[in-house]
Design a binder for this molecule. Sequence first.
Ligand code: SF4
Ligand code: SF4
Length: 465
Amino acid sequence: MDFRDTLGVLDKKGVSKRIYPKMVDGFLFKARNVVGFFLLAFLFSAPFVKIDGQPLLLLNVLERKFIIFGKIFFPQDTYIFALAMLVFMVFIILFTVVFGRVFCGWACPQTIFLELIFRRIEHWIEGDANQQRKLNEGEWTSEKIWKKTLKHTIFVLISFFIANTFLAYLVGIEELERLVTHSPLENLTLFVSLLIFTSLFYYVFAKFRELVCIVVCPYGRLQSVFLDNKSIVVAYDFLRGEPRGKLKKNEVDPAPKGDCIDCKLCVQVCPTGIDIRNGTQMECVNCTACIDACDDIMEKIGKPKKLIRYDSMEGITEKKPLRFTARIAAYSTVLALLLGLLSYFLLSRDMVGVTVLKTPGMLFQKPDSLTISNLYNIELINKTSEKMNLTIKVKDEIGTIKLVTNDTQMAVESQQAFKTSFFIFVPKKNIYNMNSKLEIEVYSEGKLITKTKTSFTSPVAYAKK
Ligand code: SF4
Ligand code: SF4
């Protein structure tokens, strides 16, 4: 049970130690490669993709400007962000409760970059796990200097490339292009950010590595709360595998031993240095390397595969095959509903944001003996990629609107806010209350695109209902 008191990535003094996982090959590794490289292709190409002249994704937190699938979002769209965050949280929780850390193994950028890119390059240059250990522990020879220089140069270049992509999502590809084609001194802040991100990515992928998943990542730290004995995890079938024992030469029938021949290959391939045979552990990132490694061994010794597999604790103890249960169906339905709700809000979002507020300190005016007027401030936000000419009206023509500029319409540039003031004139015969609610309609080229409510103040109620 001493595995509970130690971490595979720390030595006895508690200092982080280097893990040398063996490279693995197998069905799941190949499948993860396909998924991983597809996601990488998306990640690196998305900043260049435009929809109606807008980037596919832009997350400019500095200027609080967000573009998702070509749609522009402003701080005024907070309710959509709040809902998106809620859906994301519920998604993470429900998904993890049912499917464990599948995300970590298959879609997390940290795992994809580390396992599919950085470790692979390391393997090409420095050799397999044993050769890497030997190289690191050995003297500084010319071969070691050459290999280390080559590896770290490539690591820095890839980190630089990742940092550029990261910045493209933050500030947009045009800004990044400006940085690349002009002197760094002209864009010093951006250039310094690029250097900081490059150093950060290099440190994470060259040095810090699996500690990100074990120590830093909040999602990883929450696993113990999310998982239960029904969650699907990478699990060792201890009923089939135990009692483990080495396969002896010329031993025809290894019974009463279990199927695990204690070759420890599953431990040697683990990038977080754990032994999955000790049960589900917080360090497991569901990378599936141990499944591939054990399948290979089982095939060699003529035993059925999947001694280590995706399964739940309940599935293993009760020998139930993995299937689509009512619980998975229920959780998936909740997720689908939430995603549907979010999609509805995204699709039905107004193209123009409008805020109308009474001008402070101005209750009402009496422009003539038959009319009362109120003064308002209006802010219009054009969320589209086209300039818009907007007009405003009072619903049901209870009153008339006059802009203080005397213009009949307001020209609002794409992605810009426009502020002005206007009067609402209401004939006394339409005033039934001292404080009545009015609906302001916003039109673009004669088409109603959004509306908002405001109040109208009068000295007395002139008309009777
Ligand atoms: S790889 Fe399979 S057989 Fe080898 S130690 Fe691990 S569980 Fe046992
Ligand atoms: S235990 Fe298996 S799945 Fe989990 S991190 Fe280690 S190798 Fe990957």
